[in-house]
Ligand binder design. Structure first.
Ligand code: PRX
Length: 637
């Protein structure tokens, strides 16, 4: 497969960028032409950011799975589409060629149909990192059902909230999932979630770990049995459902500054066009390259850069079931060596945790196949960048620092590997079609270079969020109300004297823990569910490996004489309500929280204390009880 839109020099980047600004519609139409459409669009774009109402490739009809799979069958049917490395290195790996993927997706699409799933239905997927996860997603897309993948680390309560919000009546899960030395009982978690979701009609369970599970008659079915039925019916291809470019492809829940995660909705046409464009250009993908994105498919990075964009480009996507450090810290390097990986895309938190093991795990591993390295999820510190460059890329692989968000669908700001220059800890330049703006606190755009402000995007791009599921107003308020006619990212940003962008972190009450977004309000809500908790306030603090850690200040009714036990109780509560990923790293019991006379918690002060910057707490005289602050400072952990 060739990529007519692949940029090959700095000049071509400049030219493409200029075209994309001067005539965005012609620019994106030319990219979109290279895909398979059932019917071409009538108009490329209609938009306003006030409502917001954004539509790309209006009246265009397509099915993304034909672009991900069918169109590669003749030229590349025998090429590996997905290579899967299991958690346990002793277990056999699996490879699915494009033909095999086509077969499996069609079979499972039949299973979904047989179980009553129709176009537009929401299907929740809660699985480990096994090939059946992308197969399930693609099977949904094949018949026009909207998938909502939930990360395996979320609790029953979180799943229940998401199922109710999405109104999902079908769930696809596994008996369990392997992660390092653990076996996570996914079906049991689903059973707990379903106590509060009687509207769920079908649960399809794939056998992975042989963990004992309870199967409810009439509701729960085994993946394997359902496939057998399809085989008995004699396999026939399912024609890909004709979807409108603006029909939803998936919902993915993400945290914001309120207590409740929001369902970000992405649509078929624009998502397909932009994500593939970004994949081919940022990573400079060449046919035959093995692309290893280490993210979990439960997050947007996995959706886009393990599944959809790589397959649309006819590429080979390597997916790994386990952890970077199990059974030892050389696991990633073994995988790179074994499969001759060409592109490695991971998170700064993974790099930092592997750095801590020194160079021993790298010994004897051949990393010479690597051509491009990528990072995503949080700002990468210079030390981690240099280590990645020197010890993994051996100073010959460009590093792409890719900035984007769940709401963006694909990478918005990044250098292009070997084409535009990298700069440690800078995402550098916007991709064609992306018009960043830095805004001051009065809502005015800050022009020129060597300036900082809140990062907004001025013009729509094809894979942007269309709505938050079931609550469009929430989408407007969250992203489009802070600055009129702009999409507000929630990130702070610096633009250097050469126009390179450096993301400085969230400016709202959203934490970024190990590259995962968690709202402080969400964690506070969870902590407050514990019977002994009167009030709590959660802030972030710098953490050597995770980037940010979670620091909770808690007013507790009756702290146990074993203080640690009370802390563990709170951790357990958070694990139950959200999931282990949101457990606070530090819990400090306090008698009061710093509040203004109007009762608002002064988080700025708590943040400074958590960061250990006691000398710069600022003016505390407006507090209701300034004495509270001294006490908190004294008790800091
Ligand atoms: O703060 C930014 C940070 O991650 C946030 C988006 O999180 P999420 O929607 O979970 O998506 C993560 C993966 C796309 C952003 O608002 N972020 C993401 N990438 C970078 C980053 N911060 C700095 N540099 C990056 N490359």
């Amino acid at each position: 497969m060739s990529y007519p839109f692949q940029i090959k020099s700095p000049d071509e980047y400049n030219k493409a960028y200029k075209q994309s600004i001067d005539d965005p519609e012609a620019f994106w139409a030319a990219v979109a032409e290279t895909f398979l459409w059932k019917k071409k669009w009538d108009k490329v774009l209609a938009w306003n950011f006030r409502e917001p109402d954004v539509k790309w490739f209006i009246n265009g009809k397509l099915n993304i799975t034909e672009n991900c799979i069918d169109r590669h069958l003749i030229s590349s049917g025998d090429k590996p589409a997905i290579i899967w490395e299991p958690n346990d290195p002793k277990e056999e790996s699996r490879t699915l060629t494009y033909s095999e993927l086509h077969y499996s997706v069609n079979q499972f699409a039949h299973v979904l149909r047989n179980n009553g799933v129709k176009k537009g239905d929401r299907v929740c997927i809660y699985m480990g990192m096994i090939p059946e996860l992308p197969i399930a997603m693609l099977a949904c897309a094949r018949i026009g059902a909207i998938h909502s993948v939930i990360f395996g680390g979320f609790s029953a309560q979180s799943i229940s909230d998401r199922l109710q919000d999405a109104g999902a009546e079908c769930i696809i899960t596994c008996d369990g999932a392997y992660r390092g030395g653990k076996d996570i009982p996914l079906k049991n978690v689903i059973d707990d979630a379903l106590v509060t979701c009687p509207f769920v009609k079908k649960v399809i369970v794939y056998t992975r770990t042989h963990t004992p599970v309870s199967m409810t008659k009439g509701r729960d079915v085994w993946w394997g049995d359902e496939i057998k039925k399809v085989e008995e019916m004699r396999y026939a291809e399912i024609p890909a459902e004709e979807m409108d470019a603006e029909d939803p492809l998936f919902i993915l829940y993400t945290s914001g500054s309120t207590g409740k995660p929001k369902g970000v909705v992405h649509t078929s046409g624009g998502y397909m066009v932009y994500t593939t464009y970004s994949f081919v250009n940022v990573f400079q993908y060449q046919p035959g390259d093995v692309h290893f994105c280490t993210a979990d498919i439960g997050w947007i990075t996995g959706h886009t850069y393990i599944v959809y964009s790589v397959l649309c480009a006819g590429g080979t996507s390597l997916m790994y079931e386990g952890l970077p450090t199990w059974p030892d810290a050389g696991r990633f390097w073994d995988i790179v060596d074994k499969y001759k990986v060409n592109i490695l895309y991971t998170a700064p938190t993974a790099i930092r945790s592997l750095m801590a093991y020194g160079l021993e795990p790298l010994k004897g591993k051949d990393l010479s196949s690597l051509k491009v390295l990528g990072t995503v999820g949080e700002p990468i510190n210079e030390e981690a960048w240099q280590w990645y460059d020197e010890h993994i890329g051996k100073k010959k692989c460009p590093i792409v620092d890719t900035w984007w968000q769940t709401e963006n669908g694909g990478i918005l700001i990044s250098n292009m590997a070997g084409i535009t220059p990298s700069k440690p800890s800078y995402a550098t330049l916007p991709l064609p079609g992306i018009q960043p703006a830095l805004m001051d606190e009065h809502g005015k755009e800050i022009e020129g270079n060597d300036v900082s402000g809140n990062l907004c995007i001025k013009f729509p791009w094809p894979s942007m969020i269309r709505t938050t599921y079931g609550d469009h107003e929430r989408c407007r308020v969250n992203y489009f109300a802070s600055y009129p006619d702009m999409y507000f990212t929630g990130d702070g940003c610096y633009r250097d004297s050469n126009g390179n962008y450096r993301i400085t972190g969230r400016v709202d009450d959203v934490l970024n823990v190990s590259g995962h977004r968690i709202g402080t309000a969400e964690v506070e809500n969870a902590i407050n569910m514990h019977t002994g908790v009167i009030e709590s306030a959660v802030v972030g603090y710098p953490h050597d490996v995770k980037g940010q850690g979670i620091y909770a200040f808690v007013i507790f009714d009756n702290v146990h004489e074993d203080v640690e036990l009370s802390r563990k109780d709170i951790m357990q509560t958070v694990s139950r309500v959200i999931g282990p990923i949101a457990k606070p790293d530090k819990i400090q019991f306090v008698n009061g929280l710093p509040k203004t006379r109007s009762g608002k918690i002064m988080r700025r002060i708590l943040r400074k204390i958590a960061e250990g910057e006691m000398s710069s707490l600022g003016d505390t005289s407006t507090l209701l009880d300034p004495g509270v602050v001294d006490e908190i400072v004294k008790g800091k952990i």
